[in-house]
Write a protein that binds this ligand. Structure first.
Ligand SMILES: Cc1cc2nc3c(=O)[nH]c(=O)nc-3n(C[C@H](O)[C@H](O)[C@H](O)COP(=O)(O)OP(=O)(O)OC[C@H]3O[C@@H](n4cnc5c(N)ncnc54)[C@H](O)[C@@H]3O)c2cc1C
Length: 353
């Protein structure tokens, strides 16, 4: 296997978090590479369903240094626009992204960390892991899942409503993905939307801007040692983006309580009644993609690696970026990842002297 030249920093993952890390590592004067398993720029935005739009306007969706241009005719840009923006960002800053390169393991190797991949080995003095969550879809262990003979898919596999035209579809999940996919299917399919609890919509006039403002206020409170105002989840679960609002206001999004089990042909409710379904779409979330860090033995509760801000508690040469609020408020958003990326680059520059 190829042994690549040693670098100061290896960034694992070339989605928005990896690019923001690259931007700040460059500014910090460090020598780095970004290793990305994808075949082209854009991270998870290349793999979403066709109708997905951001929940914030372009001006609230920018990475450090370069504002996202508005998308003509759209207040909320679509995923293709985000991919184009990330592609241009990577080129503009000439970020050294290698693709497709999948990292299989990060190991301690004396003074350095050894990053093993399907295209050889890199040695680095520090590592930023920014692999996101999209490659680790989560489906809950509901009884009967293996008995059910219909189609089951997760958010990551859903593409467009025409694939389910006229079919009986159950969408499971009361978050943004569940609400948006249910709204997508509400017009052409026989839809049942199933949620664990009554869906909690944010007020109609609130979009991602307010979520970001909330995260900023939280960051400030934490920085100043004041009481934690809580994550954005305290505001609600579902941003009422225009298609969700339209389907809800047309009476097409009527949530049903979660079923008790799957049968061969559908579901059984807690009261024993049954319903048929051709397909079940699990919009039940994601877990952080961290298996490449297993050799470091850092795994903590809920599958996370314990961190102080972005720095791994058990390995100061490792930073984690993106993933969720546990690596910094709003760290898993386009506009929110800039600040933790800057802090991580500064901490690495300091560590490496
Ligand atoms: C449905 C949905 C809607 C969202 N809407 C918004 C929104 O409107 N606004 C907003 O700001 N945020 C939104 N987000 C949140 C967030 O911005 C995205 O999830 C974003 O893709 C996260 O970026 P990332 O760089 O952390 O991860 P990703 O985009 O997933 O990028 C990770 C990269 O790492 C690579 N990778 C993974 N494992 C390895 C490995 N072992 N070796 C090498 N490379 C690897 C992947 O191929 C990928 O290219 C949304 C998320 C979802 C799921």
């Amino acid at each position: 296997m190829t042994q690549h030249e040693a670098v100061d920093v290896v960034v694992i993952g070339g989605g928005q978090a990896g690019l923001a890390a690259g931007y700040h590592l460059r500014r910090a004067g460090l020598d780095f590479v970004v290793l990305d398993a994808g075949t082209a720029p854009g991270g998870a935005w290349r793999q979403t369903w066709d109708s997905l739009h951001l929940f914030s306007p372009a001006a609230y969706s920018s990475l450090p240094g370069r504002p996202m241009p508005p998308q003509p005719g759209e207040t909320y840009p679509d995923a293709a626009h985000v991919v184009a923006y990330l592609t241009a960002y990577e080129q503009r800053y000439d970020l050294p992204v290698h693709r497709p390169v999948r990292v299989t393991g990060v190991h301690r190797d004396g003074e350095r960390l050894r990053v093993e991949t399907d295209s050889g080995t890199w040695r680095a003095r520090a590592v930023v892991s920014a692999t996101g969550t999209w490659s680790r879809p989560f489906v809950p262990a509901v009884p009967g899942r293996t008995e059910y003979q219909g189609t089951q898919l997760h958010t990551v596999e859903y593409r467009r409503p025409s694939d389910f035209a006229g079919r009986k579809v159950i969408v499971v999940g009361g978050g943004n993905s569940g609400a948006q996919i249910a709204a997508d299917l509400a017009y052409g399919s026989d839809l049942t939307w199933t949620t664990l609890r009554e869906p909690r919509y944010l007020a109609d006039d609130i979009d991602g801007r307010a979520l970001f403002d909330h995260a900023t206020a939280r960051r400030r409170a934490l920085d100043e040692g004041r009481t934690d105002t809580g994550g954005v989840a305290s505001l609600g679960d579902i941003v009422a983006v225009p298609p969700v609002r339209a389907a809800r206001d047309a009476g097409l999004l009527k949530p049903q309580p979660m079923f008790a089990r799957l049968t061969e042909t559908g579901v059984e409710r807690p009261d024993g009644t049954t319903a048929e379904a051709d397909a079940i779409i699990w919009c039940t979330g994601f877990r952080p993609a961290l298996s490449h860090l297993a050799p470091l033995g850092l795994r903590g509760p809920r599958g996370h690696v314990p961190t102080t801000n972005t720095q791994a508690v058990g390995e100061p040469r490792l930073h984690l970026l993106g993933y969720g609020d546990w690596t910094g408020p709003a760290s898993a958003t386009l506009i929110g990842v800039g600040r933790p990326a800057r802090d991580a680059a500064r901490a690495i520059a300091e560590l490496l002297g």
